[in-house]
Design a protein around this ligand. Structure first.
Ligand SMILES: NC(=O)c1ccc[n+]([C@@H]2O[C@H](COP(=O)([O-])OP(=O)(O)OC[C@H]3O[C@@H](n4cnc5c(N)ncnc54)[C@H](OP(=O)(O)O)[C@@H]3O)[C@@H](O)[C@H]2O)c1
Length: 316
């Protein structure tokens, strides 16, 4: 019997890493073990993973030694940071450096870094199409992830750069779902004009990552973009309307208006949508749906996702 290789999963108690942990643990062939990293091994989510068969270990992305211990002896790792917990691109960069350094020390053979574009490569800081934020960024929660690609490469870590997409689950958990307008009709508000927004069911991010791990070394040193569909605001509104059994209108606003919405991160997200709108051919092209299906053939479309989740979208 060959010994199973271990994949250390950062964020296993969360959405992306949780999807990967479940994909591995639910595969009857089980070529890999899951080592779930968490700051809180005593949490309910950690207990759920343990029940599914994961090894749960304590680690903190701010503590490189804890990562070295957690990566030791593993074959690979899934690495992700959570910008929305602290709103600090510098912290994301420091955490990425800790993960890359620990991965190198542990001699990991394959790391998947959950990344996004460094938009400053398309919109330099002196380009006033969109405001510069936090002095050094255009889209802080994207730019630092893209910048961190270089940290993994320079550290000599055999890495795959997994370009993720907008979670459709944001309609449930991030307050981005349709809300009633003054006339009572549900409105999906996005600053995407008539452009297509690549989106994905978050559970499928981990399933795609699993597909990449299963392909061995094929994706090492490569960037792969993933999405379950590329849809315009009108197309998303139509799908939402069918799934909810109520009219849903696409309310196209400008990025300038979106940036002033006042919730934490509205300026960052306004710039993000503007980037996706203004560089739409690049952004969709980098998330090739055919290639994604070759990695994860059962990836959900927006309609598939809605069939299971429409009832969970808060509409007030
Ligand atoms: N929303 C979107 O549409 C979207 C799209 C693409 C990318 N993203 C990116 O996705 C990232 C968030 O991923 P997610 O949705 O999977 O997050 P999530 O569901 O909120 O979970 C966060 C995970 O990160 C772990 N974590 C956070 N800080 C940690 C630390 N210091 N040490 C160890 N573990 C830590 C948490 O583990 P414990 O709490 O158990 O320690 C938890 O498992 C963000 O950076 C965001 O920018 C979001």
């Amino acid at each position: 019997m060959t010994e199973r290789k271990t994949i250390a999963v950062v964020g296993a108690t969360g959405a992306q890493g949780g999807g990967l942990a479940r994909a591995i643990l639910n595969d009857p062939e089980r070529p890999f073990n899951v080592r779930a990293l968490t700051r809180k091994p005593g949490s309910d989510k950690a207990a759920e993973l343990s029940l599914l068969g994961a090894e749960v270990v304590q680690a903190d992305l701010d503590d490189r030694e804890s990562l070295e211990r957690a990566f030791a002896g593993a074959y690979g790792a899934y690495c992700v940071t959570n910008f929305w917990e602290h709103f600090s691109p510098e912290k994301e960069l420091a955490q990425a450096a800790n993960m890359a350094g620990a991965a190198k020390s542990a001699g990991l053979q394959h790391v998947i870094w959950s990344t996004l574009e460094d938009t400053r490569m398309w919109v330099p800081l002196d380009d006033d199409r969109m405001p510069t934020l936090m002095e050094k960024y255009k889209v802080p929660h994207l730019d630092a992830k893209g910048e961190a690609d270089g940290i993994f490469s320079k550290a000599g870590v055999p890495s795959t750069f997994l370009l993720t997409s907008f979670y459709w689950d944001n309609f449930i958990f991030f307050g981005m779902g349709p809300k009633p307008g003054p006339d009572g009709v549900l409105a999906l508000t996005l600053p995407m004009a008539d452009k297509k927004l690549p989106g994905i069911a978050v559970e499928d991010i981990g399933r795609c990552a699993y597909g990449v791990f299963k392909r061995g070394s094929e994706y090492i040193g490569k960037t792969v973009g993933i999405a379950g569909g590329h849809l315009t605001g009108d197309e998303m509104a139509a799908s939402l309307g069918r799934a909810l059994g109520r009219e849903v209108r696409y309310n196209a606003v400008s990025p300038e208006a979106y940036r002033t919405f006042g919730f934490p991160g509205a300026d960052d997200l306004g710039n993000m949508f503007q980037f996706k709108r203004d560089f739409n051919d690049y952004f969709c092209g980098a998330r090739d749906l055919e290639e994604v299906r070759s990695i994860h053939p059962a990836i959900q479309s927006f309609d598939d996702w809605l069939a299971d989740n429409a009832g969970r979208i808060p509409l007030e």
